[in-house]
Design a protein around this ligand. Structure first.
Ligand code: 3PG
Ligand code: MG
Length: 425
């Protein structure tokens, strides 16, 4: 059973009577791609891999499987670099069975191909965002998508925060016809770990938050402050909190507009007796003009002379890029004792080796808590997942979300339209 946090419990794929039925499955195959020798190549298959349990189950149950997905933001244009064809090939490799592909997501060609599907067959449709009607959640377009389906399964947690035709309008059409709409197994896991597990966490519950902006995370901070025993702040976001304390932040990225909300969060933590920690040291560097311009015609700066700053203030000419070793020690001590850990956002600019150690050290502490202290470690998607994978520790935590924006919105407590549209139990 699946408890959707802020609504009725929803059906899952295991509740459906599937045999011989045409099951339209919304997946999030919005994977990072790169052009190599004139071909689009997939850089990270995680989002594809994570849908395999649902697909294996549907195959085993004898469903006729029709997959629908988006890639990039082609905005209604047939942009070849955002075709899902390479994903069909990759999926076939991973499933060890053929995956049919149609270069459209509605119309006669789709209907014909679906008519030929046998139980256990898999078909992937072309990028649904080749139609503007998708993002507009156009009802007539949703009707066209629904034409080939008896049942609907949503396994696209990463796109569930979008009220688009394939995530919201389509299940509404199928439900109106009396068809069932259920969560896939990945969707179920995402809602369990980012929802239920954090609703009733085992204590101590430690929340690690990083990333560039306080404004992106303030709602999450506010909500998690109701439950967390400790909040550890890293990333450029920490400098706005420092600014709020009246510290000098040099050339660091700050949001002066967020000083009031930053102070309010610190006050809330105090009132709740929760620990709220900011970095006590950092790695700073001096930005040097390279004399080059970026695509937008703006000068490109490069951080030079990386060095440790142990002072509460950051020197006027310097910018903070990572947490320092003392902060790593303090944070690791807290993490080591945790029973539940939520991590969202890197501690520094880990893409540059010189500023990666803070993030990687925190990743090691999270893994250690997981294996030595039996902590449940939940990684909230986006850059933190990338950081963990870069550190080679991706498979050493309890759960890594496939969502970026969706995880953040869900952690904020928002009702995701893609979940709300599924059939209540
Ligand atoms: C994502 O990658 O975050 C999801 O696939 C949603 O994509 P979008 O941000 O372009 O809507
Ligand atoms: Mg996004």
């Amino acid at each position: 059973m699946l408890c959707a946090l802020f609504g009725m419990p929803k059906l899952t794929v295991k509740d459906l009577n599937i045999r011989g039925k045409r099951v339209l499955v919304r997946v999030d195959y919005n994977v990072p791609m790169e052009e190599r020798d004139g071909q689009m190549v997939i850089n990270d298959v995680t989002r594809i891999k994570e849908t395999i349990p649902t697909l294996d189950y549907l195959i085993e149950q004898g469903a006729k499987i029709i997959l629908i997905a988006h890639l990039g933001r082609p905005k209604g244009k047939r942009e070849p670099s955002t075709s899902l064809r390479p994903v069909a090939n990759k999926l076939a490799d991973m499933l060890c069975r053929p995956v049919a592909f149609v270069d459209d997501c509605i119309g006669e060609k789709v209907e014909k191909t679906v008519g030929l599907l046998q139980p256990g067959d898999v078909l992937l449709l072309e990028n649904v965002r080749y139609y503007n009607e998708e993002e507009a959640n156009d009802p007539a377009f949703a009707e066209k998508l629904a034409k080939v389906a008896d049942l609907y399964v949503n396994d696209a947690f990463g796109a569930a925060h979008r009220a688009h035709a394939s995530t919201e309008g389509l299940p509404r059409v199928i439900a109106k016809r009396g068809g069932q709409c259920a969560a896939g197994l990945l969707m179920e896991r995402e809602l369990k770990f980012l929802g239920e597990e954090l609703e009733k966490p085992e204590h101590p519950f430690v929340v690690i938050l990083g990333g560039a902006k306080v404004s992106d995370k303030i709602k999450v901070i506010d909500r998690l402050l109701d439950k967390a025993d400790s909040i550890l702040i890293g990333g450029a976001m920490a400098y706005t909190f420092k600014l709020a304390q009246g510290r000098k932040t040099g050339k660091s990225l700050v949001e002066p507009d967020c000083i009031a909300v930053a102070n309010a969060a610190v006050q809330k933590a105090k009132a709740r007796n929760a620990q709220f920690l900011l970095p006590s040291d950092n790695i700073v560097a001096t930005l040097v003009d390279t004399g080059k311009l970026n695509k937008k015609g703006k000068p490109v700066f490069y951080p030079e002379n990386p060095r440790l700053n142990t002072q509460p203030d950051i020197p006027d000419d310097a910018e903070g890029f990572d947490i320092g070793p003392e902060t790593v020690r303090t944070y690791s001590e807290v993490i080591r004792k945790a029973k539940t850990i939520l991590w969202n956002g890197p501690m520094g600019m880990f893409e540059d080796k010189r500023f990666a150690e803070g993030t990687f050290a925190i990743a090691r502490a999270v893994v250690e808590a997981t294996h030595k202290n039996g902590a449940k470690s939940i990684i909230g998607g986006g850059d933190s997942v990338k950081a963990l994978n870069n550190a080679g520790l991706g498979d050493r935590v309890t759960f890594m979300s496939t969502g970026g924006g969706a995880s953040l919105e869900f952690l904020e407590g928002a009702v995701l339209p893609g979940v709300a549209a599924l059939t209540d139990r």
